[in-house]
Each structure stands twice: as structure tokens, then as C-alpha cells.
Ligand binder design. Sequence first.
Ligand code: FES
Length: 151
Amino acid sequence: MLEEILKKYPQHEDSLIEILLEYQNKKTKRFITEEEIAQISNYLGVTESKVCSVVSFYTFFSTEPRGKHIIQICKDVPCYVNGRGNVLKTLEQLLNIRIGETTKDEKFTLEYTSCLGNCDGAPAMRIDGKTFTNLNPNKVKAIISEYRGVN
Ligand code: FES
């Protein structure tokens, strides 16, 4: 699948983020391996360290296998001062994992992200690209039980 995606893009460094995004989004468990980083760097003619630095800079890329649903909780100050701690604690208890981990049934991955652009609704989190704001433990419980019910 990676080869097919690579062929669609010009062999230039400017294609790097788009390639990574398209490939990761199409791949089961949405992560990128060392071998794939090498393949991408070879195709684009950039160093592997350049590809690695992009993958590690953006929180939406991962080098670890992830669950079906990716929960990203905002780590920035407005969310922190508006109760992110309680939201995170609730998520960790509900899912029985710590931040950075994936549940045993591979259904949920819990990650930090930088500001989601919803500071007015802090604390905020995103699940599979959908943003939830003004969170509190009860709201988080309702959201998670909804996702548990959805396959
Ligand atoms: S700081 Fe959390 S959404 Fe902006």
C-alpha cells in the first residue's frame, strides 16, 4: 500500500507530510514503522532523520500501534487550568490504561496533543478527529460509553 501512495506524490520533501498522513490514516493501527520511514526517505531523497523528526514533532503521527479509537487530550495551559487533570484521571480509570497506552482489546489509545484550537471550551479532547469541549468526568463517562457501544 505504501508504494501505491508514494507513486501519487512528487519525489520532493514538500510531499512528506501528505504522504505520512495518507499512509497512516489508511493503515490498520495507524502508525509508521522504521522500515516505512526508510522507504519514504528513499523515495523522497531526504534523510531518515528528517522523516523521523517530522513524525516525532507532530502529535498526530505515531511509531507505535494504536487502537481503533484514538483519544487525544489537550496538554496545553488553558485546558490544564480548567480541569484537564480530572478528565485525564477519569479516562485512565475508565479505560484502565495510562496516557500513551492502548487498551488490551486494542479499542482505545490515549494520547496527549497540543492545543486543539478550542480553548474557549477547555478542557478539550479529540476522538478520531471529532472534538469534545467543556469536559468534566460525567461528560467523559457518557462519551466513552457511547464509543464502547459503537462497535
Ligand atoms: S489549550 Fe486546550 S484546546 Fe487550546
